[in-house]
Write a protein that binds this ligand. Structure first.
Ligand code: CA
Ligand code: CA
Ligand code: CA
Length: 211
C-alpha cells in the first residue's frame, strides 16, 4: 500500500513535470511570446524570431531578454556578418513596415567602453568585425549606453535600419531577437510523442486507484 502510494506520487510528479515542459516549450511561463518568426536562414541553418512582452508599454531589459532567450532554447541574436545582418532585415521587413521593431541583440561594450563584442552565441565571445551602426552611433550617450538594440522604425529614428547603443534598461524596448541553432517550433511528431508519453504516465497514475 505504502509502496503503491509512493509510486503514484512519483507518477504524479512526472505528470506535472511533463505539463511544465509543454508550457515551457510553448513560452507561456516567462511572460514573453514569439511575435514574428521563426525565420530559417539556409546559409547557416539557424532560425531567428522576434519575441516581445506582448505589450509595447511593458519594457524588458537586456539582461532579462538574454535570460528569456536562453529559457526559450536560443540566445540573443548575433549578427556576425553582413549576410546574416541582411538576412534578418529581409526576414522581418514585413514586421518593420507594419509596426517597426526595437529588439535587443547580443552585442555589448559593458566590459570595456567602446569595445563592442558579441557575447551570446555558441561561437563564444566575438569581436566586432562587421557593424551596422546608425549614423552617429554608438555614442554612449550620457556615459551609460553599453547594450545594443536593433532599431528599425520606418519614418523615425532608425530609418536606416541599423544598430544603436542604449542603457541596459532602455525606455521603449519591449522586444528582443532570438537566434536558434535548431527549429524552436517542435515538429508535429514531437507533440505526438509528448502526448503519447503523457497518456502513458497518466494511465499509470490512474492505475493505483484500482488496486
Ligand atoms: Ca548568429
Ligand atoms: Ca558604451
Ligand atoms: Ca546610442
Amino acid at each position: 500500500m505504502n509502496r503503491n502510494w509512493r509510486k503514484g506520487g512519483k507518477n504524479a510528479g512526472t505528470f506535472i513535470a511533463a505539463i511544465f515542459v509543454i508550457l515551457t516549450s510553448a513560452g507561456l511561463t516567462h511572460g514573453v511570446t514569439m511575435e514574428f518568426g521563426p525565420e530559417f536562414n539556409p546559409a547557416n541553418n539557424h532560425y531567428y524570431a522576434i519575441y516581445s512582452t506582448g505589450n509595447p508599454e511593458i519594457f524588458i531589459g537586456w539582461d532579462s531578454a538574454k535570460t528569456a532567450a536562453e529559457d526559450q532554447g536560443g540566445y540573443l541574436a548575433t549578427l556576425l556578418t553582413a549576410e546574416e545582418d541582411r538576412f534578418v532585415l529581409d526576414a522581418f521587413a514585413g514586421a518593420i513596415t507594419l509596426i517597426g521593431l526595437r529588439a535587443w541583440i547580443g552585442l555589448t561594450d559593458v566590459q570595456e567602453e567602446g569595445s563592442f563584442k558579441w557575447v551570446t552565441g555558441p561561437e563564444g565571445i566575438q569581436p566586432l568585425t562587421y557593424n551596422h551602426w546608425l549614423p552617429g552611433e554608438p555614442n554612449d550617450a550620457g556615459g551609460g549606453e553599453d547594450y545594443v538594440e536593433w532599431r528599425n522604425e520606418p519614418g523615425g529614428y532608425g530609418t536606416n535600419q541599423a544598430w544603436n547603443d542604449v542603457p541596459i534598461d532602455a525606455w521603449g524596448i519591449s522586444q528582443f531577437m532570438v537566434e536558434f541553432d535548431t527549429n524552436p517550433i517542435p515538429e508535429p511528431a514531437t507533440f505526438f510523442l509528448l502526448g503519447f508519453a503523457l497518456i502513458a504516465v497518466f494511465g499509470g497514475y490512474k492505475k493505483r486507484f484500482k488496486r
